[in-house]
Design a binder for this molecule. Structure first.
Ligand code: PMP
Length: 387
C-alpha cells in the first residue's frame, strides 16, 4: 500500500511563477516574471464592487452566474468581436482556471487523447491528466511562433478527441489567424474533435490586430468552448471571475462540473464585472492603450540595449530571443543569473513545455509602471555591459 506522503506527491509542485516571484521578493529584484500589473487599478471597477457590496445580496448567486453578468458578457462580445452569444451558453466560473478545469472534466474521458500546443499555459496538462486523458504535443515554431498545421494534422490519431488552443498566446504574445483557425476547423470536422480555446488575453491586443475566436469559424462554432477572464480584460487578476461559453448541451455539461468544483463565484464581483463590461468601447480602448504604451516602452528600451525582442501582438508579454541577442541559450540558467546578478526576474520559456522544450527564449511582462520598466531595462543593459 502506498503511504500518504507518496499519494500526496503528484503534479502539484510550486509553479515557476511562484518560484520567480518568491526569489524576486527575497532578492529585491524587479519582477517582470509573473504576469500581474503594478499600475493603478481601474477605479470604475473598484467603485462598482463597493456599490455592489451594499446594493445587492451577498448570498449565493445562481450556479451558472448572475443573469445580469451573463447578459453583459454576451453584449461585450457582440460589440468587441461581433459574436452572437446567447447568455444560456455562458457558465460563470472562479477565473479562467476553473473554466478550463470544468471544460476539460466535461469533455475528456479516460483514455482520450488531447492535443496541446506548446509553449503551453501550465494548467492544461495536469487538467487533461486528472480527467484521465493523455496529451500529444505540437509546438509553435519560433521565431514567429507559427502553428505548424501539417504537424497538427499528423498528431491526430484514432484516440484523439480534442485540441486545446490559446490565442493570444501566453507566453509568446502571438495570435492565431482566421486562416489558421479555419484549417483547425477543417481538421476538427474531419476527425470529430472538440476545441477548448483559452482566449483570456483577447482584450489585450495591440497594433490594430484583431482577435479571432474559433466561435466565429462556422466549422468550430458548435464544437468550441471559449474561455474568458475578467481578470485579464480589466487587469484585476485577483478577482478570479472567468467564464466558459459553448453550445447549450456542452455548456450544460460544463455547468455540471462547475457545480461540484466551486458551485458559484463571488456575487459582488460578478455585479461589478457586469457593470464594467458595459463600459463604452472608448473606455476599453483607453485601457488597452495604457498597456500598448508600456509595451512600447519596454520593447524600445530592450531594443536600444541590444536585446532582440520578438514580435508579439497580444498579452502582457514579449519574448527575447537569446541567440539573436548574443546571449547564452540556456534560458533557465540565464533567468537565474539575471535575477541574482542583474536583479530582474523573468520566466524561461522552456518552463511552458512538457516535452522537447525550446530553450533559447525568455518571457518578460511589460504590464508595469514606467519607473518599474525603466529600472528593469537599466539593470538589464548594465548586466550586458559587465556580463
Ligand atoms: N490562461 C492563460 C493563458 C493565462 O495566462 C491565465 C492567467 N495567467 C489563465 C488562463 C488563468 O486566468 P484566471 O486568473 O482568470 O484563472
Amino acid at each position: 500500500m502506498t503511504s500518504l506522503s507518496e499519494r500526496l506527491s503528484g503534479p502539484s509542485g510550486t509553479t515557476i511563477f511562484e518560484v520567480m516571484s518568491g526569489l524576486a521578493r527575497d532578492l529585491g529584484a524587479v519582477n517582470l516574471g509573473q504576469g500581474f500589473p503594478d499600475m493603478d487599478e481601474p477605479e470604475e471597477l473598484i467603485a462598482a464592487a463597493r456599490r455592489a457590496l451594499g446594493a445587492h445580496s451577498n448570498q449565493y448567486p445562481p450556479m451558472r452566474g448572475l443573469p445580469e453578468l451573463r447578459g453583459a458578457i454576451a453584449g461585450y462580445y457582440g460589440r468587441e468581436q461581433g459574436l452572437s452569444i446567447d447568455p444560456a451558453e455562458i457558465v460563470v466560473t472562479s477565473g479562467a482556471t476553473e473554466a478550463l478545469a470544468a471544460s476539460l472534466l466535461a469533455l475528456v474521458r479516460p483514455g482520450d487523447e488531447v492535443i496541446l500546443v506548446q509553449p503551453l499555459y501550465d494548467a492544461y496538462l495536469p487538467l487533461v491528466q486528472w480527467a484521465g486523458g493523455t496529451a500529444r504535443f505540437v509546438s509553435l515554431k519560433p521565431p514567429h511562433w507559427t502553428l505548424p498545421l501539417d504537424e497538427l494534422a499528423a498528431a491526430i490519431g484514432p484516440g484523439t478527441r480534442g485540441i486545446v488552443l490559446n490565442t493570444p498566446n501566453n507566453p509568446t504574445g502571438t495570435m492565431l489567424t482566421r486562416a489558421e483557425l479555419e484549417a483547425v476547423g477543417a481538421l476538427a470536422e474531419a476527425h470529430d474533435l472538440w476545441v477548448v480555446c483559452d482566449e483570456v488575453w483577447e482584450g489585450m491586443v495591440f497594433d490594430d490586430t484583431h482577435h479571432v475566436s474559433p466561435l466565429s469559424i462556422p466549422a468550430l462554432t458548435q464544437r468550441t468552448v471559449k474561455i474568458g477572464s475578467a481578470g485579464k480584460i480589466f487587469s484585476m487578476t485577483g478577482w478570479k471571475i472567468g467564464w466558459a461559453i459553448a453550445a447549450p448541451a456542452l455548456a450544460s455539461a460544463i455547468a455540471g462540473k462547475h457545480q461540484f468544483l466551486t458551485f458559484t463565484t463571488a456575487t459582488p464581483l460578478q455585479w461589478a464585472v457586469a457593470e464594467a463590461l458595459a463600459l463604452p468601447p472608448d473606455w476599453h480602448a483607453a485601457h488597452r492603450a495604457r498597456y500598448a504604451q508600456a509595451k512600447a516602452r519596454l520593447v524600445g528600451g530592450l531594443t536600444r540595449a541590444g536585446f532582440a525582442v520578438l514580435p508579439a501582438s497580444g498579452t502582457w508579454f514579449v519574448t527575447v530571443d537569446l541567440a539573436a541577442s548574443g546571449l547564452p541559450t540556456d534560458d533557465a540558467v540565464l533567468a537565474e543569473r539575471l535575477i541574482r546578478e542583474a536583479g530582474v526576474a523573468s520566466i524561461p520559456v522552456s518552463a511552458f513545455y512538457a516535452a522537447a522544450a525550446e530553450t533559447g527564449f525568455l518571457r518578460l511582462c511589460f504590464a508595469k509602471r514606467d519607473a518599474t520598466l525603466d529600472l528593469a531595462v537599466e539593470r538589464l543593459a548594465r548586466s550586458r555591459l559587465t556580463g
